[in-house]
Design a binder for this molecule. Sequence first.
Ligand code: GTP
Length: 365
Amino acid sequence: MKAIILAGGYATRLRPISYVIPKLLFPVVGKPMVHWTLDMLKKFGVNEVILGVNYLADLLRAELGSTYDGMHVRYSLEKTPLGTAGPIKLASHLTKLHGTFLAMNGDVIADINIRRMLSHHLKTEASITDALHEVMDPRRFGVVELDSAHRILRFVEKPNLNEAPSRLANAGIYLIEPDVLRMIPDDRKFSLERQIFPGLARQRRLSGFTFPGYWFDIGNLSDYQRANFELLSRKAGKSTLQEKRSKVSNRSALRPPVYVGRGSRIESGSSLGPFVLIGKSGQVGKRTRITKSIIFDEVTIGEGSRVDGAVIASNVTIGKNVKIERGSTLSPYVQVGDGVRIGENAVVHPYKEVATNVSPGKHVM
Ligand code: GTP
């Protein structure tokens, strides 16, 4: 089977980090988000993946190249963003889509059995089958009304609690028959959810497949943190995950769950966790304390510093005795001088040098 991954959005809700790093390359427990998707697709026998790209396409191409674990990876480059359906049509000019194919949002991580979804799809003879996931709070999602044959009758986008027909949310993973391609115009922004689904639902050609595993839709920083912390808990449980060539001083304290990436060094007297992820080739100096934070690759944190509830993107350098408070975001290549205090919910934009204290909530641009 072939799969199309939508990977061309601007990820505005993840700015300013996403000005420099495409959302699909944000790390999630030691690997880029897109690797979770590719690993899942590989497991179910997908042999060709087409990434619908636009914004920061070169970075995605540089990271993934043309093969991934034996799957062919191709890139369908949009001149302007084409929405959710337009990229599927464009991809169909790059590769032949004769049989049922899969399309999905690149920013979801799901434990879904595609084989079961396919047999459901073939049984119902739908033109599109949409994966559905039961959510606690339907108000943030598009939820569906289903009939007894699992056909989707309608979608309600971000409903009030009393208007929600169910708690089954569109999970952004679809199996599609090639005849749908005729409904999508060429070279034009077009929406699967708004411009294709309603007509198909009326014709009873849209099916819903509910799956029980985990599902994370990574739109904003708090979704991103939740995905990391929950997946870390699942993988590490009550222990520490430590990759090869990392070095953790035996005079440091790790409070699980903690992840330490390949080649990272944690020096003596430091205390990490719970819920701390350190990417590749990081340096954590002596007597540093880090709790509930995500640290991307190649970050240096000087001795005596404290980091609490922060997201620190790749190639950031933090001096000695720095204090980074809850909810702060540091973008790629930021440099923070010794003794600086970064207040709660402050945001530092890419490449900035910070030499003086940053007050809570302030954006350093
Ligand atoms: P926000 O700007 O924060 O809403 O994020 P986004 O741009 O990623 O939009 P959204 O979360 O709705 O996108 C869901 C998925 O579709 C993501 O994987 C996006 O990369 C992808 N996507 C969104 N718009 C486009 C587009 O115009 N073209 C392509 N190829 N992918 C898109």
